[in-house]
Design a protein around this ligand. Structure first.
Ligand SMILES: [Zn+2]
Length: 129
């Protein structure tokens, strides 16, 4: 299952739009019911408008009604070592209760808990959760 998710994320990275950084990233989100949702980084001439692969995958899942995410797989196909999620994406993971993060580079994947990567994530309880 893990190998399949990594391959799925790497396949999505091949569709990334990264003409500025040439750092293609794909992501797969595994929802609480096991359904997967994919995303890739989408860069922009106005750099601040760029979106991370994890963010597009989480947005994809949420737009399908997902509110609980178990796992996020992030794969960079342009680096030997894993490219870790940025602080913004880690905070998105906190919001949707992500438990496990697989961070993948060409040399292989490393598994972390979200708590390891963002031990003091911000939480503001809402009625929807
Ligand atoms: Zn990010």
């Amino acid at each position: 299952m893990t190998d399949e998710l990594i391959e799925q994320a790497r396949a999505r990275a091949r569709h990334a739009y990264a003409p500025f950084s040439n750092f293609r990233v794909g992501a797969v989100v595994v929802a609480g019911d096991g359904t997967t949702y994919e995303g890739a980084n989408v860069e922009n001439s106005a750099y601040g408008s760029s979106m991370c692969a994890e963010a597009t995958a989480i947005g994809n899942a949420v737009s399908h009604g997902v509110r609980k995410i178990d796992t996020v797989v992030v794969s960079c196909i342009d680096a030997d070592e894993p490219g870790y999620p940025c602080g913004n994406c880690l905070q998105l993971m906190v919001e949707f209760g992500v438990k496990r993060v697989l961070v993948d580079g060409l040399n292989g994947a490393v598994e972390h808990s979200v708590e390891e990567l963002i031990p003091h994530g911000f939480r503001l309880e809402s009625e929807e959760q």
